[in-house]
Design a protein around this ligand. Structure first.
Ligand SMILES: Cc1cc2nc3c(=O)[nH]c(=O)nc-3n(C[C@H](O)[C@H](O)[C@H](O)COP(=O)(O)O)c2cc1C
Length: 217
């Protein structure tokens, strides 16, 4: 049975584009695979505790009997995140773009994970080569020729971490202009935004189909 791990980092449920595109991908993948299981780690609305990272960093260097509750919690959380990643055959990361950068909750996830000895930078990449689907949604547009070209400081980091730090084989689905419908200044972009969103769902479904074929081999 194929095990999928899905990680959601949007801070909203209603109207979340990353969740909705990930739902499309997941639905197609599960339908095609038949007997897949999907484990979910929701970190957008139920964030990992802010104190866990420092605990996970310093806990291992502190004698076990002297560890603070934060250190115990940080170490336990890092172990749980590492176990979850190792147990999966494939991954879906649904990650929004916030304040011209990454989700702080996913950053915290990565920070905690990398304290775990099995995922420490420089160690062999234990999940190298496994397939991952990265879904990103941005409210504005950042392509060449747009006023804010060069302001996307999130996408490259997401890809860097998943591809180079974790060693995953990543396919990315990006949706832009998701704020067009609720932003008067973006009114002229609404048609383009709707097309962009539709394309995102199409791409996610296609990616799921190819991933299912790969996982079935
Ligand atoms: C607090 C906050 C900050 C945001 N900052 C940006 C931003 O800097 N640039 C941008 O293009 N969109 C920004 N957005 C819009 C999100 O990228 C957009 O709503 C995206 O669809 C979020 O993913 P979701 O739909 O899955 O929630 C922001 C949204 C929120 C809630």
């Amino acid at each position: 049975m194929t095990k999928i791990l899905r990680i959601d980092a949007s801070i909203r449920a209603d109207g979340s584009v990353t969740r909705s595109v990930a739902d499309t991908l997941q639905r197609e993948l599960v339908e095609r695979l038949g007997d897949a299981t999907v484990a979910t780690r929701e970190i957008g609305m139920t964030p990992l505790p802010a104190s866990a990272w420092a605990g996970a960093v310093f806990g291992p260097h502190t004698p076990a009997e002297q560890r603070t509750p934060e250190q115990q919690e940080g170490i336990a959380l890092a172990t749980a995140l590492a176990d979850e990643l190792l147990a999966a055959d494939a991954y879906v990361f649904a990650l929004p773009f916030y304040n011209f950068g990454v989700s702080q909750h996913f950053k915290a996830y990565v920070d905690i994970l990398l304290t775990e000895p099995r995922f420490a930078p420089g160690q062999p990449q234990l999940i190298a080569g496994r397939p991952a689907q990265l879904i990103i949604a941005r409210g504005g547009g950042y392509g060449p020729g747009t006023p804010r070209h060069g302001w996307d400081h999130g996408t490259a980091w997401y890809q860097r971490v998943l591809t180079d730090i974790l060693g995953l084989d990543v396919e990315t689905t990006e949706v832009e202009l998701t704020l067009a419908d609720v932003t008067p200044a973006m009114e002229s972009l609404r048609e383009m935004a709707a097309e962009n969103l539709a394309q995102g769902h199409v791409r996610a479904k296609q990616n799921a189909g190819r991933l299912a074929e790969r996982l079935e081999v």
